[in-house]
Design a protein around this ligand. Structure first.
Ligand SMILES: Cc1ncc(COP(=O)(O)O)c(C=O)c1O
Length: 350
């Protein structure tokens, strides 16, 4: 009953097998091997255009270095108030980019377009004292399990571009959002105005594979140097490439994300039908937020269930009562139906 996070899961056997094969041969280092180059090209096919791709180890590195590549002195980058880049990366985006993250409100983890516009207006380009608006970062799927529709992405992109700001997308759970929207990678990104993407693989079956993808390679000129100075240029970069080769082959990545999402559907369905729990807000990716009695949470943990408590957002429709607890449940490519059903049984038993 592992629902703490999708990065608690192991790695998919096809990815492990590819890593094993890679480990038996010699190849050029620092991203110069034929495999690195082939997989960079594979991203062109996935995104239906020429992109510039940089492999890094963590989602935090992908976000931080992507933002660093967009930075200006005195820069301010806008993101949702609960975004991972502002709440959960220990200031790494600020540290690597030299910018400040500025929080934008919005229901259900999505930036409200009006709030974004008024936040940007606080930083006029010529007002040296406040700092200057420089970039926007959105998360897809969001940190609270919701998904921006394609039109919502375009709306955020339009506001960003109207102010001359590039748009970054944190895609730690890119595949989960993609399969849910039934969109192509191009449709969920550059066709709707995304300029730079953090493309996550680790949460969806890789061992450790993340990539920064620039849809206009001209914007990536500084990234090789930014990545090296941030100690993210791996000598054995080909092991990230190998993971992505298996990940992107025969739609494995999409199938794994569909599985994770369907396990979340099963969990949501069971919680919604339960007398001893309620779904905290509607989600549609592989994250489910539930309100359960504190005693039930303790009993579930005693029986081995793993999940995190979650801070109550200020705009929750039905607030958490004193005897209750808000919890986050995350499913993954490795979640099995039996895990979900066992958890639902434990919740039902109280
Ligand atoms: C939305 C989001 N972005 C980025 C990250 C960062 O990933 P990592 O822990 O690999 O740095 C996470 C990890 O939980 C995440 O949930």
């Amino acid at each position: 009953m592992f629902f703490a996070s999708d990065n608690w899961a192991g790695a998919h056997p096809a990815i492990n097998e590819r890593l094993m094969r890679e480990s038996t041969r010699f190849a050029a280092a620092y991203g110069t091997s034929a495999l690195d180059q082939a997989i960079e090209k594979r991203f062109n096919e996935i995104f239906e255009r020429d992109v510039a791709v940089f492999f890094v180890a963590t989602g935090t590195a992908a976000n931080s270095l992507a933002l660093a590549s967009l930075a200006k002195p005195g820069g301010v980058a806008f993101c949702h108030a609960e975004a991972h880049v502002i709440e959960d990366e220990c200031g790494a985006p600020d540290f690597f980019s030299g910018m400040r993250m500025s929080p934008v409100d919005g229901a259900l983890g999505k930036m409200d377009p009006k709030q974004l516009t008024s936040r940007i207006a606080r930083y006029p380009q010529d007002a040296v004292h406040h700092g200057r608006a420089t970039a926007v970062s959105m998360t897809q799927a969001t940190e609270v399990g919701t998904i921006y529709t394609l039109d919502e992405i375009e709306q955020i992109a339009r506001i960003s571009h109207d102010h001359g700001l590039p748009l970054h997308m944190d895609g730690a759970r890119f595949a989960n959002a993609l399969v849910q929207l039934d969109a192509t990678p191009a449709e969920m990104t550059w066709k709707r105005g995304v300029d730079v993407l953090s493309f996550g693989g680790t949460k969806n079956g890789c061992w450790c594979a993340e990539a920064i993808v620039f849809f206009d390679p001209a914007m990536a000129k500084e990234l090789p140097f930014i990545r090296k100075r941030s100690a993210q240029l791996f000598s054995k970069s080909r092991f990230i490439a190998a993971q992505f080769e298996a990940y992107l082959q025969d739609d494995l990545w999409l199938n794994l994300a569909s599985h994770a999402n369907s396990m979340a559907d099963r969990l949501r369905g069971g919680l919604a039908a339960s007398n001893s729990a309620r779904v905290a807000w509607p989600t549609s990716s592989n994250e489910v937020f539930a309100v359960i009695p504190k005693d039930t949470a303790k009993a579930a943990q005693d029986k081995g269930a793993k999940f995190y408590d979650w801070l109550e957002p200020h705009d929750m429709a039905e607030p958490v009562q004193g005897h209750e607890q808000l919890i986050r449940l995350v499913t993954s490519f490795a979640t099995e139906k039996e895990d979900v059903d066992a958890f639902l049984d434990v919740i039902a038993a109280g």
